[in-house]
Write a protein that binds this ligand. Structure first.
Ligand code: GAL
Length: 942
């Protein structure tokens, strides 16, 4: 597996390189613009705190190009925080009891008007040479309700936090100069009942094309496997956003993974008319196709070129796979004609430390972890995923159910479904569309039936090659379940699956959710006071089933295509069966970091062909001497014998899809399991009582992902013999060279520790701004005394036709908490032609890099109120209607981040690091009181 992953990655980067290189030959450019955004919180309803947005007499909805406040192109964002995407502002916030249960108690989003609006601004340059091209902005997903502006022009609103969307900005471009992109995200509403993050948490691209080009998601590749050949149908959508009338040549070429050309066609077509689009189909034959499979995920590339008068004007690449899928109501699911039981998990999209802002490498990390567990299928519950997740599934060999967010028959619902399907339908990993989940209000009734009929037929009109399912939790035999193509059973406890099946003999089915068990990683005794759920696989609630019970049920019934466990990974929110201060779920087979709970070994035993032997619990039970401890063994051996300190506790026969149990009186030492297959000893496994924690150990299992910039580091402690200490809860502090830390986690559902340690950027307003007239145009070098009774509110009743030669202004700013470690800067906005600034009586010089920025050091500042004086010669109106700036600017206070740290939870913590662009290696060090420091030197190939 490791070798395959490594090859896939190498290939991925070769393809990426070729893609960029090749694309340069056509007019198409697709540039990631994730770097160097400015960010600040606005406010949900207080427009003053929302930087005055939508206050203007002509605001963005009244006249074109009047985006106001931060939406205006000239807004001064120099004092805002700088960051790179992907970004999730919710994960950066502390936890609080008044936060949302379903969203993991982060103090952001719903109920937090100060932390529910995020403004993002970015400047880009577009050269003169781009004139004549179509310039667009492409967003993979913004949570949520995003409004986008370009150079002050309002482009549109995308309500869904999960849809990708695109805006054409060609008409608004400032060629040869600066252009401003502004996004206002509003996360005050929840779309799901699970953690969803907040902000621009997926990639953003700047796209440039010829006016005649392949439309967004404008290819659809399907294939039919016939004997030794695959007939590939490549349908393309060409859009014409210019005045060209005439024909273009469409050249379609298929390459295999080794870049060998497999098939090629070319034909001349008449381009659609101005602002119209049209579809064209080509047929290509791939001889002896290498099929896409979960073990050998072979991929092909369709390269579509448009040639106009001998010049390639567009070149578009589509990754696809050739494979067949089939559901059979009797025999379940078939991939490439072979029966395959779906061993699936449901998952949301967040990860420890980083929330929903996952670097691409983490998508691969997570899918790889699921594969290692033996899982072959993934349900995107309950929303469309980021494109990179699907790429990871295509490349690593993981089947996918792709799910839309809301059920309904209107444009709002069907348009979301259509966009998801058009974006995703070339992924060979996707084998089924899901149009809904547990719609309790409608699932058992006629409304649900009608909606499903429409959505299902609608889905078929966009992709006829895959079936449609809905996850259903009640009212089997009626409503949605009576018409849905593939019955999605959510939980054995919710109805009689066999009875439903007996009534709907022609309807295939699968368990879209099963399990919903509770477990805390590394915990073996339930303790409700501590919110600990023991990791033994037990029936979670009287009407629910354990993982083992669930799997046995599905494994025994060929007519059921398989099951999807709720869930593969723990996620933030839904901390059932607890509430505050538990902040993540207990359902995962792995915790939020991807550290396995013991159920992973149950699944590995029956979901993989590799020999497995695993003993639970650990054997560090100081204080429990002589007490009985339940010992479980997960294994796929025929028989297992257990020994305590070399004394046999008996040999037991393993039943298929089961586990073994012993009751063992605790004495420290070594618990050893020996596994037999066909009477032969094939495996041994031990749990040893360890000594106390002595060394910090850092490791990464991602050698094979080293082409990327991001690594996941496991933090643990070992005793003097190098044994992992499973009970260690030490707090570890980190330092890094050559990179930065993106997030820390430990899988503890009750941990309220920070996920991220970031500099705090606070913006402090200048208040009580007053003025007096000066007598001369030459400005003072030092402050004199000004008559107290002559101060008037600044700029009030200013007669711009008769201004004084200069003004002296004064105001104050409040540094509530101030220390010498703060960096304080005054970002001045011009209120005069010549300006001199004084703070607490000291003359301040402008900074070298920006003549309108003044860095204020601790020798001039104090905690509490500080006085600022500005002497300036006045700005003059040129036209009567000129609106003059009256805002002197803002004070920025940066409080440096505290060192990154995290407690171990039952022996483990995780830290996600990202290499600096030009660094060759990253050195991570970890310290803790009384422990030997750990250091990890990570090399990178890029
Ligand atoms: C299901 C639901 C999931 C999750 C799960 C928790 O009913 O579909 O999204 O909430 O319950 O048990």
């Amino acid at each position: 597996m490791k070798i395959i992953v490594s090859k896939i990655f190498t290939l991925f980067f070769i393809v990426m390189y070729n893609l960029t290189f090749a694309q340069n030959k056509s007019d198409r450019e697709w540039i990631v613009i994730d770097k160097d955004w400015r960010f600040s919180f606005g406010h949900l309803y207080d427009t003053k705190k929302d930087f005055g947005h939508a206050e203007g007499y002509f605001s963005y909805l009244t006249k074109t190009g009047f985006g106001d406040g931060p939406a205006s192109k000239d807004f001064d964002d120099r004092a805002w925080r700088k960051l790179d995407l992907p970004h999730d502002w919710a994960v950066e916030q502390p936890f609080g009891e008044n936060g949302s249960f379903s969203h993991g108690f982060k103090m952001a989003g719903k109920g937090f008007p100060e932390k529910s609006i995020g403004w993002y601004r970015k400047k880009i340059t577009i050269p003169e040479t781009d004139k004549g091209k179509i310039i667009s902005l492409q967003f993979d997903g913004v949570f949520r309700n995003s409004k986008v502006f370009f150079n002050g022009y309002y482009l549109g609103t995308e309500q869904s936090g999960y849809n990708g969307f695109e805006y054409d900005v060609t008409a608004y471009v400032n060629y040869g100069g600066e252009n401003t992109i502004v996004v206002r995200a509003d996360a005050s509403m929840e779309e799901g009942w699970f953690y969803e993050g907040a902000g621009i948490y997926r990639h953003v691209y700047l796209k440039k094309t010829n006016p005649v080009h392949i439309a967004l998601n404008g290819t659809y590749v399907t294939s039919e496997v016939k004997a030794d050949n695959a007939e590939v149908t490549a349908e393309i959508t060409i859009e014409n956003k210019g005045n060209y009338k005439g024909s273009v040549e469409v050249i379609q070429t298929i390459f295999d993974a080794s870049d060998k050309q497999n098939a090629n066609t070319s034909e001349s077509i008449t381009v659609p008319e101005f602002y119209k689009s049209a579809n064209y189909k080509s047929k290509l034959i791939v001889h002896n196709p290498k099929l896409w499979d979960i073990d050998l995920p072979n991929l092909y590339r369709l390269v579509t070129e448009l040639k106009q008068n001998g010049k390639i004007i567009d070149r578009y690449e589509t990754s696809f796979g050739i494979r067949t899928i089939k559901f059979d109501a009797e025999k379940g699911f078939f991939l490439n004609g072979k029966s395959l039981k779906l061993k699936g998990t449901n998952n949301h999209q967040d990860h420890a430390g980083i929330g929903t802002a996952l670097p691409d490498e983490i998508q691969y990390y997570r899918i790889q972890k699921l594969k290692e567990m033996g899982s072959n299928a993934y349900r995107c519950s309950h929303h469309p995923p980021t494109p990179e997740l699907l790429e990871a599934c295509d490349k690593l060999g993981m089947l996918v159910i792709d799910e839309t967010r809301l059920m309904g028959i209107n444009d709002y619902h069907l348009n979301d479904l259509e966009r998801m399907m058009k974006r995703d339908r070339n992924h060979p990993s996707i084998f089924c569309w899901s149009v809904g989940n547990e719609e309790w209000n409608i699932e058992g009734n006629i409304v649900g039936e009608r909606i499903t009929n429409v959505m299902q037929d609608f889905a078929k009109s966009i992709d006829s090659t895959r079936p449609v399912t809905v996850g259903i939790s009640s009212g089997f035999k009626s409503g949605i379940s009576s018409v849905v193509e593939i019955m999605g059973y959510n939980y054995l406890g919710n109805g009689d699956i066999d009875a439903h099946r007996n009534e709907f003999k022609n309807q295939p089915g699968m368990g879209t959710e099963e399990g919903s068990t509770f477990a805390t990683r590394g915990i073996y005794f339930t303790d409700d006071a501590k919110h600990y759920q023991s990791a033994y696989d037990r029936k979670p609630r009287p009407t629910f089933y354990s993982i083992e019970e669930g799997w046995k049920f599905y494994a025994e019934r060929p007519y059921l295509a398989g099951m999807f466990i709720w869930t593969g990974f723990d996620y933030r929110g839904e901390p059932t069966p607890y509430g505050w201060p538990s902040v993540t779920s207990y359902f995962g087979m792995m915790d939020v970091c991807g550290f396995p709970k013991d159920n992973v070994f149950y699944l590995k035993s029956w979901w993989t062909n590799k020999p497995v032997l695993h003993i639970m619990p650990h054997w560090n039970w100081n204080g429990m001497q002589g007490k009985e401890i339940e010992v479980w063994v997960h294994s796929n051996c025929d028989e297992v014998e257990l020994f305590l300190n070399k004394k046999s506790l008996g040999k037991k026969k393993m039943e298929i899809n089961s586990h073994l149990e012993w009751k063992v009186k605790y004495v420290p030492g070594t618990l050893e399991a020996v596994g037999y297959k066909n009477g032969r000893k094939i495996l041994t496994e031990v749990q040893k009582t360890t000594g106390k924690a002595e060394n910090i150990k850092l490791s990464t299992d991602q050698e094979n992902l080293s082409e990327g910039n991001v690594k996941v580091v496991t933090v643990e402690v070992t005793d003097k013999n190098g044994l992992h200490v499973p009970t260690a809860n030490d707090e570890i502090t980190f330092s890094i060279k050559g990179g930065k830390i993106l997030g820390v986690g430990n899988g503890d559902p009750t941990s309220l520790e920070k996920d991220q340690f970031l500099d705090d950027v606070e913006l402090v307003s200048i208040t009580h701004f007053q003025e007096q007239k000066g007598t001369s145009a030459s400005l003072p070098n030092e402050l004199s005394s000004y008559p107290e009774n002559e101060w008037i509110t600044a700029f009030q009743d200013r007669d711009y036709k008769k201004q004084a030669p200069s003004h002296i202004y004064r105001g104050e700013f409040d540094l509530k908490k101030y220390s010498a470690s703060n960096t304080v800067s005054f970002f001045y906005k011009k209120i005069g032609i010549e300006t001199v600034v004084f703070v607490n009586g000291h003359l301040i010089n402008p900074s070298a890099e920006d003549s309108q920025k003044y860095v204020l050091d601790f020798t001039v500042l104090k905690e509490g109120k500080n006085a600022i004086y500005i002497a300036a010669t006045p700005l003059q109106k040129i036209k009567d209607w000129d609106v003059m700036n009256t805002d002197p600017g803002i004070i920025q206070v940066i409080t440096p981040a505290k060192p990154w740290k995290r407690k171990l939870f039952n022996g483990y913590a995780q830290i996600i690091i990202q290499k600096e662009e030009n660094a060759k290696e990253v050195i991570l060090s970890a310290f803790a009181n009384g422990l030997k420091t750990g250091t990890l030197n990570m090399g990178f190939k890029k």
